[in-house]
Every structure is written in C-alpha cells, then in structure tokens.
Design a protein around this ligand. Structure first.
Ligand code: MN3
Length: 249
C-alpha cells in the first residue's frame, strides 16, 4: 500500500483529505512510535462560503452544527483511529476506504465510519454554493441528459431513492470513468461508493442532522430544496476529473 502517497498540492480543493501524507515525515521525523500517533493528519476543511450562505434552503444553525460539530467529530475520530496505526498515513483516504480489508481490524469500523464521513462531507460542502441551482451546462448537462433523459428525471430518481432509504445514509450519483454511465445509489450510515472503488459525482446527506432543525420530518421538502444550492460548475469539474481519471474523492 505504500507508494500510493501523493503530494497534497496536486488535488486543489480536496488537498485536505490527503493531508495525512505530510504529517509523519515532516514534523515527526521517521519515528512511527508514540509521537507520530499523536499527529492529527486529517483536518476539517474550511467552507468556501458562510454558514448563512445557503439560506433559505439550508439554515445557518444546521450548517454550523453539521460542519462545525458533526463533520469535526468524524475528523477527530478518524485521526484517533489512524493514530493507533501510524503506517496507515502512507495511504490516501480513498485508498483506505477502497481497501478496508487491509486495515487492521481494531480500527477498521472506525475508519469505515469516520473516514467515510470525512470523505462524504468533504464532497458535500464543495458541491453546494449560494449561486447554485439552475440547469447544468455544457459537458455535464449533456451527460445528465444522456444518462437520465433530463435534469428533472435525475431529480426524480435521486429524490425517490433518498426518500425510500430507511434511516441514516446518503444518496449518490456514481459515474463509470470509462463509459460515463451514471447511476443513482444509496448507502447506509457513512458508507460511500469509494469503498467499491466507484466514483461519486454528487451526493446528498440523508441523516436527520442534515435537515431536521428546519424541515423536521419533511424529508421530501429538504430533498427538493437541496437542488437550489447544488453547484453545477463544481459538479462539472468533478465529472471531467472522473472521466479523465483524476478524481480524488
Ligand atoms: Mn452529515
């Protein structure tokens, strides 16, 4: 698994996901004993907008708790798990998630839950914007038309799957890098298609912490409103990265 480590700079806004590659060698020397295990290789990514920015569709209090408490907790627990096996810092998070069978058993579930949570939320924040919504243009617009018939058909399939999903989890659109074929899938808890080495184009958080303060039990209203903050420019970039083999998470 060693040798998969890459520099953080290569991945632009997703660089924070890969920060673990910088920790042991830099500040900690070559030791893999106690000192390195106290490193905190993963960090909560900053948002490129304020907690108020997605209102009225997502309220500021939900954003503050979701990003500042829930996502932070995933990062902290992921760091605690990685800290027990500092050699795991040699692997990128997507590689860890795709090869959980090679992760030591005592931290496997923690890395599945919290590494999945970190990857899912990092993707989630970047595909939303105060200037979101509307119709996807150019390449991604054509791809959605080809895959689903229209944006409305995609929304119908996506919201339908999200509504039907029982309990906590996520609804995603995954893309086959080679064919460009798209599919709507759901996963429980913080599981991610990255665990199956699939590529996520976009996803929405179905946990009650994502919507309950504002929407209470009206999950369908949340699912509908969410499309108003979806950033098609970023999703277009993700699509291009997936197709060219450069996607990170
Ligand atoms: Mn969440």
């Amino acid at each position: 698994m060693a040798g998969l480590a890459l520099t953080t700079g290569a991945f632009g806004r997703y660089g924070q996901l890969l920060a673990q590659t910088a920790a042991p060698g830099g500040q900690m020397g070559t030791s893999t004993s106690g000192a390195a295990s106290k490193g905190a290789p993963f960090r909560l990514p900053d948002l490129s907008y304020t907690y108020e920015a997605l209102q009225p569709h997502i309220d500021a209090k939900t954003m503050e708790l979701h990003h500042g408490k829930h996502h932070l907790a995933y990062v902290e627990k992921l760091n605690a798990a990685i800290g027990k096996h500092p050699d795991l810092t040699q692997m990128l998070l997507p590689e860890l998630l795709a090869h959980l069978d090679k992760v030591p058993e005592d931290v496997r579930q923690d890395i599945r839950n919290n590494g999945g949570g970190h990857a899912n939320h990092t993707m989630f924040w970047t595909i939303m914007s105060s200037n979101g919504g509307g119709e996807p243009k150019s390449g991604i617009g054509a791809a959605i038309k080809q895959g689903f018939g229209s944006l409305d058909e995609l929304k119908k399939a996506f919201n339908g799957a999200g509504l039907k999903h029982f309990g906590s989890g996520w609804v995603f659109v995954v893309v086959d890098p080679k064919s460009g074929a798209m599919e709507v899938v759901t996963r429980p808890n913080q599981d991610t298609p990255l665990m199956e080495a699939k590529r996520v184009l976009l996803g929405n958080d179905l946990w009650e912490h994502a919507f309950y303060l504002k929407y209470n039990n009206r999950k369908e209203d949340y699912l509908n409103a969410w499309w108003n903050v979806v950033d098609w420019n970023e999703i277009g970039r993700r699509y291009d990265a997936i197709r060219s083999g450069d996607a990170v998470i």
